[in-house]
Design a protein around this ligand. Sequence first.
Ligand code: NAP
Ligand code: GDD
Length: 357
Amino acid sequence: MSKSALITGITGQDGSYLTEFLLSQGYEVHGLIRRASTFNTSRIDHLFVDLHEPGARLFLYHGDLSDGTQVSNLIYNIKPDEIYHLGAQSHVRVSFDMPEYTGNITALGTTRLLEAIRKAGMKCKFYQASSSEMFGNTPPPQNEDTPFCPRSPYASAKVYAYWMTINYREGYGLFACNGILFNHESPRRGETFVTRKVTRAIAHILAGKQQYLYLGNLKAKRDWGYAPEYVEAMWLMLQQEKSDDFVTGTGEAHSVKEFVEESFAYAGLDWEKYVRIDPRYFRPTETEVLIADASKVRRRLGWEPKVTFKELVRIMVDADMEALGLEPLGEGRAALARHGLNMLDRALINPTGGMEG
Ligand code: NAP
Ligand code: GDD
């Protein structure tokens, strides 16, 4: 019998890579998607097989994390072996504009799922997408024992969800894990997160479609890894005998400025000619430095990231160039081949540009 998994946030960056990974492992995958007036499944369209075809193993359902009844019905009807709860209002800057909504979805969404599992009396395993943002201003390196000091409505909501996950593990014996993941990026990263905003702007500048790139705080440091590797860590956490919490990251941090310098230099551009600072992108409170001490996940799960910072930059710049019909420079593809990873992802094109973040 193949295993089944339910993924919330299946249309997001991580949800799409996790779906690919689980399908490759023989899983039947069920995903919660939001009803929208435009298509919002572009990251998983390539995985979809018509349900009338034999062998279809990906099933999608409309729902919303604010709707406990629907979430509960889905869990009861699907009875998945594993639930990966990735759905969230995941943008830190936006959480300052929408603190109440962020609390409802990012914090209470987790409670709705945990309650549904408890009430159904099911044995399914639960993964909570916790975040390094929860550490806020606690000095690095950060590990599973580091105290939280959340610096945004998003981080505060994630801290609540983290503790609810532990509460249901301890109180009701649920197999429930927190993956405390540090930033992970890819060509499928949302266009308003800083890495993708930069690599996408470079492609637009090279194509003559954009003149300047407006950014906020260049001093903040992040521990950036390659997203497809991180979804395997999520899966490994749920394959253990006992549920636990794991920090996952590379152990290396770079400033936003370094990311900008590295990406523009790779594309042969002088970043100082194109990057301008717009205080609109500053946050009322900032998380300055995040660096993972990921020794536990390495020791206990054997998980180790392969893609380096420079390689990540090259993978993302190449993909964004390819998405605009430009000839990629090629080092991104070479890095993936070197690590035996899948060939370059097609970056998603958002022709209208959308709102900046
Ligand atoms: P993402 O690309 O922003 O995806 C978020 C997903 O949540 C999307 O599928 C989105 O649906 C869905 N969603 C948002 N609001 C919802 C609602 N009200 N009801 C149902 N679904 C909703 O995020 P990601 O980068 O893949 O991250 C996955 C998870 O890991 C998130 O919980 C994030 O907070 C957490 N995390 C991410 C990182 C990172 O560096 N990427 C690090 C640590 C933790 P739409 O497509 O319809 O918007
Ligand atoms: N988004 C954005 N846009 N960030 C900018 C900009 C800009 O124009 N200019 C500078 N930054 C800085 C932010 O202030 C922050 O310090 C850093 O770049 C990274 O910002 P984001 O890419 O938006 O990611 P994040 O670190 O705030 O949050 C991401 O990682 C968390 C894990 O630590 C998200 O994926 C969260 O969902 C995730 O939990």
